[in-house]
Structures are given as C-alpha cells and as structure tokens.
Write a protein that binds this ligand. Structure first.
Ligand code: NAP
Length: 300
C-alpha cells in the first residue's frame, strides 16, 4: 500500500513525487520527456519504461500534467493496465472534463478521484498546502493517509465535478487579484513610481479587505444585504476615475473596465445602495449547459 506512481514530472509532478519519496513512500515515476526523471532516479525512485509499466507498479496512480488533453493522450496508451487501480488526477480542468474522465476511467474498471493542488510546487507537503478531492468516497478513504502527505486533503464530495469548481473558484479570486495588481503597477509605472515602493501599501489594503470576506460571504449566501459603509454607487464613481486616469496616463483599461461595468450595472439596477455582496447574482446567466451543472452527480 505504501507505493505510488506519479505520472507527469513538470514542476508540480516533480514536487508531488519528491514529497511522497521524502516521506517514505516507494515512488515510481513516468514522464513524456524521460530526462526529467533523472534527478528522481538518483534519489532512489524507480522510473518506469512506459506508462503501462508505471501504472502496473502501484495501486494508486497520481497524474499531474499540463491539461486534460495530455492526460487523455497519456492514458489512452495504457488503458488495459488501469483495471483495479485508483487514478487521482491533479491536473487543472473543468467540471465537464472531470465528468468525462471519470466516465472513461470507470469504464476501464478503475476508481477515479479528481483533484486540485492549491499551492505552488515548493509548498507541496508543507503546513500551508491543501488539495481538493472529489469523487469516490471509498477510494478517497482508502488512500487518504497517502494523500495527506501532499498537504491537507479537502474532500468536497462524491460529485466528481466539485473539486474542479472549488479549484477554479479559488483561482478566480487569485487571478482577479493579479489583474488588479497588474493594472496598479502599470498606473504607477506611468509616473515612474517604483512599484516596490507602493507594494507594501497595496498588501496592507488587500489584507484589510480580505478580512471583510467572511461577512460578505454570509450576505451572499443569505441574500440579505445590510446597509453598507461602502456602497456600489460610490465605488462605481471610484472605478470610473480609474478608467479616466488610465486613459490620461496612456494605460490600457482592459483589466478594470469589466469591473466598472458590473458596478455600473448594479448602480443602474437598484443595487447602488448595496455593496459587493449584491453583485455575484448579476453574473449568473439564465441558460446553463447541462454538462456544467455542478449539482448533477456523475452518472457512473
Ligand atoms: P509544467 O511544469 O509545465 O509541466 C507540464 C507537464 O505536462 C510535463 O510533465 C509535460 O511533459 C506534461 N505534458 C504536457 N503536454 C503533454 C502531452 N501532450 N503529453 C504528455 N505529457 C504532456 O506544469 P506544472 O506546473 O507541473 O503543472 C501541472 C498541473 O499542476 C497543471 O494542471 C497545473 O494547473 C497544476 N498546478 C500547478 C501549480 C504550479 O504552481 N506549478 C500549482 C497548482 C496546480 P514534458 O516534460 O514531456 O513536457
């Protein structure tokens, strides 16, 4: 049971393999470009000659590659060897990709867990690491002790699509923050202000804003919006000033304009006296493709 195969030796797969090996697990690895296995072989890991041999080596197979196209390309070369195995796919993807992959894997007599690693490779296995998993509860329970070695496992349910939704929701928050910071940096550069000089103040503001999220989340979930201190009409005016200043400073507004548009829509639709907790409802579209319904369980 203390054996794991790791497929994919990019930055993340290498970190996963190293972490398991360092914590006493017997690790077999495989990667499309074989040279990436060399340092791991030197540490005592086994490099399988092909994917099928890698899968045959362990009952638990972890795969972390660029995308689902790569996962499919790899596994289609070794589908016969999947029977009786558990595949944990830590490759970033969408809910429908997770469903299709689960269906394909189950057809081949294997168990499937979808997952998302929520830290960068250097943090894998550390105290701040956490990884989302969804899918077969029995497979998760069977392998939980090994998965725990990678960082706090967060099992979000049998619905195979959920790990992808959780993962992408967290990434949305992160990329939104990056977008704001990138725009801020461009504005500062337009006046030759060193970004490093202002970054501690940006961090201080963001840290203070993040403290408000639990209250905001409660309002979003309940649909009850108390009188805010910072209302949407006021914030729309501030966002408009960022757009005007950006044009004056010859800075593109692509990153900020959609945010202004959303706040502006809220202000025009009777939500000007609320705050950001009233905005997520405006992003929900009425038509929703069947295959992206996260509440629908995977048809196994
Ligand atoms: P990476 O360093 O760019 O490595 C990509 C891996 O995918 C390599 O093993 C590469 O093989 C393989 N690959 C790509 N196309 C392939 C194909 N067509 N067939 C077979 N193998 C293929 O990426 P990474 O950082 O390890 O990311 C892997 C996964 O972890 C991604 O889904 C990513 O979203 C997720 N993740 C990454 C981070 C991070 O900070 N790095 C954090 C959280 C989650 P070759 O070596 O042969 O090119």
């Amino acid at each position: 049971m203390n054996k794991v195969t790791v497929i994919g030796l990019g930055a993340m797969g290498t970190a996963l393999a190293n972490t398991l090996h360092d914590k006493g697990v017997q690790v077999t690895v495989w990667n499309r470009s074989a040279e990436k296995a060399v340092p791991l072989i030197a540490k005592g890991m086994r490099c399988a000659p092909n994917v099928a041999a890698a899968i045959e080596d362990s009952s638990l197979i972890i795969i972390s590659v660029l995308d689902y196209l790569a996962v499919t390309a790899i596994l289609h070369n070794a589908e016969e060897s999947l029977r009786g195995k558990t595949l944990v796919n830590l490759t970033n993807g969408t809910p429908s990709q997770a469903r299709e992959m689960a269906y394909w894997i189950l057809q081949r007599g294997a168990e499937y867990l979808d997952g998302g690693v929520m830290v960068t490779p250097e943090l894998v296995g550390g105290e701040n690491a956490f990884v989302f998993y969804s899918g077969s509860a029995s497979a998760y329970q069977q392998h939980q002790s090994i998965l725990t070695l990678l960082g706090g496992p967060v099992y979000v349910g049998e619905n195979i699509a959920l790990a992808a939704i959780y993962d992408l929701a967290l990434l949305s928050s992160m990329f939104g923050m990056f977008g704001g910071y990138i725009h801020a940096a461009a504005l500062l550069r337009s006046e030759k202000i060193p970004v490093a000089e202002v970054t501690p103040m940006i961090m201080s503001l963001l840290n203070a804003m993040i403290e408000l999220f639990p209250q905001t989340a409660q309002e979003i979930d309940s649909g009850v919006y108390p009188q805010p201190n910072s209302n949407n009409t006021m914030m729309t005016a501030g966002l408009h000033n960022i757009l005007v200043a950006s044009e004056e400073q010859s800075v593109r507004d692509d990153l900020i304009k959609p945010i202004w548009e959303l706040f502006n829509q809220a202000s025009r639709n009777g939500l000007g006296d609320k705050d950001i907790s009233a905005l997520p409802q405006l992003l929900t579209t009425k038509t929703r493709a069947k295959n992206i319904d996260a509440k629908k369980s995977c048809e196994q």
